[in-house]
Design a protein around this ligand. Sequence first.
Ligand code: ADP
Ligand code: MG
Ligand code: ZN
Length: 470
Amino acid sequence: MENEVIIGLEVHVQLNKLNSKLFCSCSTDYHDDDPNTHTCPVCLGLPGTLPMINKKAVEYAIRVALALGCVVQEETLFYRKNYYYPDLPKAFQITQYDYPLGLGGHMLIKGEDGERVVRINRVHMEEDPGRLVHAGTIDRAKYTMVDYNRCGMALLEVVTEPDLRSPKEARAFLDKLRSILDYLDVFDGDLEGAMRVDSNLSLVGGDRAEVKNISGHKGVEKALNYEITRQKNVRRRGMKVVQETRHYDELRGVTVSIRTKEEAHDYRYFPEPDLVPMRIADWVPRVQEELPELPDAKRDRFRTQYGITDDHAKSLTSEIKVANFYERVAGKAPPKLAAVWIADVLKGELNYRDLSIENFHEDQMVEILKMLELEAITEKGAVEVVRQILDEGGSPAEIVKARGLGKAEDDAVRVAVRAAVAECGPAVEDYRGGNEKAINFIVGQVMKKTRGRADPGEANRLVREAIEEL
Ligand code: ADP
Ligand code: MG
Ligand code: ZN
């Protein structure tokens, strides 16, 4: 199936970590507020207002373009894209056209058969339109409401070449893109509408359908799967797939035709007269220099530096917060054990609860790992501890105690005591010979073996007991 499917994506990324919108000073922090409360004459498109570019937005855009391997152009220019629709009060969108900010990048993803290089055609800046809220489904709504809070938000459009070969690859691309944006700190993917995707799909030799404005990576995968079935059925019935724009109806899980495909000339693009061309070449070296270590590089480093598997390295580096958490833990506990418990256990438990890594403290993980290392707790017990911390909070030691998960802890100290007594023959003789202080040396060895987790008084008692029993 994969051999005959061609997919290209146009991904709209909201630069929602900026403080203000792209061309006005309205705040971007509208997600919890009432509709139409974050607007001004500029983003409402009132006559006589002028756009003023948000410099930080340009810098963020350069950051993303560089991270995707694009060549940032020396100069970039805004255009007016004219269309009449209620989400756009000016009746044109300020966007980029033939002088986009970045051209010709690429991204590596895990493809259907091995690594796949997905070429990036361009990265350009534009303003976000408002949000339409339909009463019911788009094709049957009796009325539609409009919220201009989103109008004028800085958007990046990332356009791929048609290099993707399956819905699953499309999803892998989006996951990776999200991960890179997360590292670049330009974007909060959890906010509503943060990333919206136009998905283009054709069967080899056929025309493509573009499914507009899908939010959610799972949604994209589902919509594309639906399109494959639909287009194959059209062919089977001896008809041709028409080039058109479709809408994905999430509730019904189907795509519906909304219009024939628009063409560039439909939009009457012309240069935005209220904004001058921007010379951005001079900024690039500094932004390049400040680029953080990106997911692929971090993954390679984790593998070599900590000796962990590639799967673990990948899992631990997909989110920057998780990667940082891992590194803090790996500085205080065995890195390989930490990889297993963070990638395989903690991440799964967080996902299940829809929680983020901030709900767990690195010291809690270190404590659990130490208990595991000492075999003071079983793996099953440790999973219980992780779960209880997430559900109710608390410290690992207290949970182990309260729930009697630490029976083995006693054992671990006893094991250490037996070993210390066996290894410290001369000190044992010394003690038996009447030198009370010799016991301290043996207790010291117990403390060392348990990495200080044994209670010294208790260890002292157990050492005496063990010597009696010799
Ligand atoms: P438009 O803005 O008119 O949709 P483009 O030609 O730039 O214009 O293409 C947009 C998207 O369509 C790109 O992501 C591209 O990869 C994808 N695309 C182009 N040709 C095909 C095709 N035959 N099948 C699937 N996707 C395609
Ligand atoms: Mg398009
Ligand atoms: Zn505004």
